[in-house]
Design a binder for this molecule. Structure first.
Ligand code: MF3
Ligand code: CO
Length: 248
């Protein structure tokens, strides 16, 4: 079932999203060679507690941490670890905040120190892919318009779009209908309506789009060992166009 949200509910989710966006900005200041993803996770736990919010991912289907921290060839759902990040790494921090029952979900990929030209392009293209998807999230458009905008742009830049993980409806629980594919055909799929709140979260690979699962049952990584990046926003479909909730 797809739940449509009222202006009030969207407003509350926006509060959670603003807090989350600010936390990403704080993480950006912390990321440098030598820091560990476990330290970043601890920072997020502390940040949440100080702001009266809770980590929705922790305990979700047995997941143990506040954040997902996916390094280099890891696509998503990497566990925070005690291993130090080093210059040239890229790391995706994905987190879901719960503020007074309202949820917001957002991921950013960060560069650790100086990164390769290919990785600079990967981060730029992935962010632009998200923006192009968001642009299509208007009343009357179809889900395929979002997927097509992302896929055609990413593939045109010589990268690939992960198929095995999707965006989703969000609120009152983390993963709600509909699924948001980051590939597809324009003009196809469900029509977007006022009051839908969804995530768009393209994962973009330098090489092939295929993924494989680690033994831990959570972490997905590329099959060819090449790198992967992700940007994710939570957004509402409104009369005035897409309203990004995980932004200030
Ligand atoms: N934030 C992730 C998403 O975009 C949720 C990951 S599942 C969890 O859907 F177990 F890590 F919480
Ligand atoms: Co999500």
């Amino acid at each position: 079932m797809i739940t449509l949200k009222s202006k009030r509910e969207i407003g509350l989710m926006h509060q959670a999203g603003k807090l989350l966006a600010n936390c990403h900005k704080e993480i950006a200041k912390l990321i440098e060679p030598g820091i560990t993803t476990m330290e970043i996770d601890a920072f997020v736990e502390k940040y949440l507690a100080e702001h009266g919010a809770t980590p929705e991912q922790k305990g979700y289907q047995g997941y143990k941490y506040a954040t997902c921290a996916s390094i280099n060839d890891e696509i998503c759902h990497g566990f925070p670890r005690k291993k130090m990040l080093k210059k040239g790494d890229i790391v995706t921090i994905d987190m879901v905040f719960n503020l007074n029952g309202a949820l917001a979900d957002s991921a950013w990929t960060y560069a650790v120190g100086e990164i390769s030209e290919t990785d600079q392009k990967l981060l730029k293209v992935t962010k632009e892919a998200l923006d192009r998807g968001v642009e299509q999230a208007v009343i009357g458009n179809r889900l395929g318009d979002i997927g097509h905008a992302i896929q055609s742009y990413v593939e045109g830049e010589g990268f690939s779009v992960v198929r095995d993980f999707t965006g989703h409806g969000i609120g009152p629980t983390l993963h709600e209908e509909p699924q948001i594919l980051h590939y597809g055909q324009s003009g196809k799929g469900l029509r977007l309506k006022e009051g839908m709140v969804i995530t768009i979260e393209p994962m973009v690979n330098v090489g092939k789009w295929q993924s494989k699962m680690d033994k831990n049952g959570w972490t997905a990584r590329t099959t060819d060992g090449k790198r992967s990046a992700q940007y994710e926003h939570t957004l509402a479909i409104t009369k005035d166009g897409p309203l990004i909730l995980t932004e200030q």
